[in-house]
Design a protein around this ligand. Structure first.
Ligand SMILES: *Cc1c(COP(=O)(O)O)cnc(C)c1O
Length: 377
């Protein structure tokens, strides 16, 4: 028997072909990296104001429009700063007086904090639910933005993406954080006014950008609010949109991130679009949760099967099986980042099952965990 978890040697035939199971940054496919190498002289290292980089932005924008079957009148906008920056963009440019947030994990709560602290807004309403379950927005007078995450990456719980009944008629916007969901979970974009995300999760690219699918109502709201209140230029949705329409960004973007993103979107489209990616993440998830249910020392953290995410799976382990030991053994064998969200503080494995991740590798991961648990004895 091995002396420490890191001494455990997992037989090679059990190991996944690719050992990256992190929830973001997540696995980047080799073909994306090859495309990056092929871009060594152009567009890498060339001006973002010239056609080669603009055409990259165009590939990303038209690719996303295609992938999400963008409803009539919707537009794809992008800017620097990742989804966290978009929370501030939305706070300034989309919330008129009061937001209501559904918060059931770290990410939903962070956006709620952003709007709650804004001195020019009324105190936000926050509908909370314990980690591992889902909170739902509900009709409320005076609310002009309803916000919730599609996939709560910190817990592995997934929310339906539906407008609150009557909210559109009442002039309220629906702003959905699709950061880890977009690309790997199905969505009807018409149920949202802003569906925003970043490239380092289901799109297997790098961080640093935000992307948003915007309804005409969202575009109009931003124009109105920006005429009424001071908005830092970096956080102006209207400025971002004006630049996006010209396949530009306000300031210099990471060209490599754009390129990896464009490659991934086109790969998804070639394979069959969201229908294909969502079948693939569903297959990975069915295996992971089925496995967890069949092991006496493991349990899916999200109790309601309908709320279990197909892109980020969380599995609680028995106290007798310390996740830290399992993770140390996995890492020593090149299988990395299947750790629980730090602040959740659970004895848990969290497994990304984004479209880039082979369902066979998810199966291999569980076989590796079985082996490690047996060795830890
Ligand atoms: C990762 C993540 C974020 C933060 O994204 P950044 O690009 O790092 O700002 C926000 N929301 C969700 C749901 C996430 O998974």
């Amino acid at each position: 028997m091995a002396t420490t978890p890191a001494d455990i040697r997992i037989p090679t035939d059990l190991l996944p072909a690719d050992g990256r199971f992190g929830a973001g940054p997540s696995k980047v496919r080799d073909a994306q990296v090859s495309a990056l190498a092929a871009a060594a002289r152009t567009p890498l290292g060339t001006s973002h104001r010239q056609e080669p980089v603009r055409s990259l932005v165009r590939r990303v924008r038209t690719g996303l429009a295609d992938l999400f079957s963008l409803p009539d009148g919707y537009e794809v906008a992008l800017g620097n700063g990742g989804s966290t920056a978009f929370w501030d963009v939305a706070t300034f440019c989309l919330v008129r007086s009061r937001a209501q947030h559904a918060a059931f994990g770290e990410f939903g709560a962070k956006f709620a904090t952003a709007t709650s602290r804004a001195p020019f807004l009324e105190t936000s309403t926050v509908v909370e639910a314990p980690a591992g379950t889902v909170a739902h927005c509900r009709p409320e007078d005076g609310v002009d933005v309803y916000a919730f995450p599609h996939n709560e990456t910190s817990t592995g719980a997934v929310s339906p993406v539906e407008r609150v009944a009557g909210s559109q008629a009442a002039g309220a916007l629906t702003v959905v954080d699709g950061t880890s969901a977009a690309g790997g979970l199905g969505v009807d974009v018409a149920q949202t006014d802003a569906y925003y995300f970043a490239p380092q999760k289901s799109f297997g690219s790098d961080g640093g950008l935000w992307l948003a699918l915007l309804s005409p109502d969202a575009v109009e709201r931003a124009a109105q609010l920006e005429a009424e209140r001071w908005v830092p230029e970096f956080l102006s949705l209207t400025t971002a949109l004006t630049n996006s329409r010209q396949d530009q960004t306000l300031n210099t973007p990471a060209i490599a991130t754009l390129l990896l993103m464009a490659e991934q979107i086109e790969w998804m489209l070639e394979q069959g679009g969201l229908e294909w990616t969502t079948a693939r993440t569903a297959a990975s998830a069915a295996h992971l949760y089925g496995w967890a249910e069949s092991r006496p020392w493991a349990t899916p953290f999200v109790t309601d099967p309908a709320e279990r995410s197909n892109v980020v799976g969380t599995v609680d382990l028995d106290d007798a099986v310390p996740a830290a030991d399992v993770l140390a053994a996995l890492r020593a064998n090149g299988v990395v980042d299947a750790f629980a969200y730090r602040k959740l503080g659970r004895n848990q494995l969290r497994v990304a099952m984004f479209p880039a991740i082979e369902p066979d590798d998810v199966a291999a991961l569980t076989a590796c965990v079985d082996f490690v648990v047996e060795q830890l004895g």
